[in-house]
Design a protein around this ligand. Structure first.
Ligand code: CP
Length: 322
């Protein structure tokens, strides 16, 4: 695979947080902080992406990631085009690479891609032109790098540190690209106490999440946790989906106000969305005082602006002269 950084260390692509240094992640978070505006404030408007064209290619459903990449690019002055599977010529049999080459021929500079096929972002960065960048907006169950970054920005904003934090991820860890990317970002930033909490059938293989403690009872897994991150059951990635009893799952693994009392009194409750209320989380907790779920969404725009701006600064070095 081609490197995600160029020979001067600038961010060229972002398809995984694996191998990204603590310094690089911190620089992206610091930059995101400067773009962050809370709801009610005027949004940041800049020209960092002037004369840059960003194509959002979403071949799996999305609300948050797609909307926030679109807003992030426009707020930095980019031209943006949005394609989804149903309105593109991929339904007529065109390959992803031919779709990319077609849009490359229209001077598209940055491709933001969500796809269910493992390995697709890596394949693409090996084939695009040197002046073109690829950002993964979610790769199968494997990777969701900007979600990992927005999660650690949210934690940093509230906790100010990663060392010594107890972070519990609860739910369908096996099929979660969010869990994989956020765990990677946490480890790189120095969080060493990660607990993964799931029924046995939803735990990942022993080779993954190295160093994390594993729990099959939510009460044990969230005890004393500083951060409780709830995850959706990814029915679309499971053969057993039809037989899953959601009411029974909520009884055993749902985050309720009573269970939340077991975590630290200052615990953050997080969820990447989309939430299934009454399946993995109760409405009282999702909308309660510990919840930072909408803040995660707000940080998603800022993080995607920071990633796009960092990549734009690198790609200008690789453009052909007029
Ligand atoms: N968290 C997340 O990726 O949400 P969407 O699927 O709505 O983009």
């Amino acid at each position: 695979m081609r490197s995600q950084t160029d020979n001067l260390g600038g961010l060229n692509h972002l398809i995984t947080l694996d191998g990204l240094s603590r310094e690089m992640i911190t620089a992206i978070l610091d930059r995101a902080q400067t773009y962050r505006r809370v709801p009610g404030q005027p949004a940041y408007e800049g020209r960092e992406l002037a004369a840059v064209t960003v194509a959002n290619l979403f071949f799996e459903p999305s609300t948050r990631t797609r909307a926030s990449f679109d807003l992030a690019a426009r707020r930095l002055g980019a031209h943006v085009l949005n394609l989804d599977l149903h309105s593109s010529s991929r339904v007529k049999g065109e390959t992803m690479l031919d779709t990319i080459y077609t849009l490359e021929a229209m001077n598209t500079d940055v491709f933001v891609i969500r796809d269910s096929e493992p390995g697709m972002p890596e394949f693409l960065i090996d084939h695009v032109a040197p002046h073109v960048s690829v950002i993964s907006a979610g790769e199968a169950h494997l990777s969701h790098p900007t979600q990992g970054l927005l999660d650690v920005l949210t934690i940093r904003t509230h906790k100010g540190r990663f060392a010594g934090l107890k972070v519990a991820m609860v739910g369908d860890i096996r099929h979660s690209r969010v869990a994989r990317s956020t765990a990677r970002a946490l480890a790189t930033l120095g969080a060493t106490d990660l607990r993964i909490v799931a029924p046995t059938m939803l735990l990942p293989s022993e080779r993954e999440f190295e160093g994390a403690q594993r729990f099959t009872r939510i009460e044990d897994g969230i005890a004393g946790a500083d951060v409780v991150m709830m995850l959706r059951i990814q029915k679309e990635r499971m053969a057993e989906a039809a037989s899953l009893d959601e009411a029974a799952y909520f009884q055993e693994f749902g985050l309720t106000p009573e269970r939340l009392l077991l975590a630290s009194p200052s615990a953050l409750v997080m969820h990447p969305g989309p939430m299934n209320r009454g399946v993995e989380i109760s409405s009282e907790v999702a909308d309660g005082s510990h919840s930072v779920i909408r803040e995660q969404v707000n940080n998603g725009v800022a993080v995607r602006m920071a990633v796009l701006a960092s990549i734009a600064a690198t790609l200008t070095r690789h453009r052909r002269p007029l």
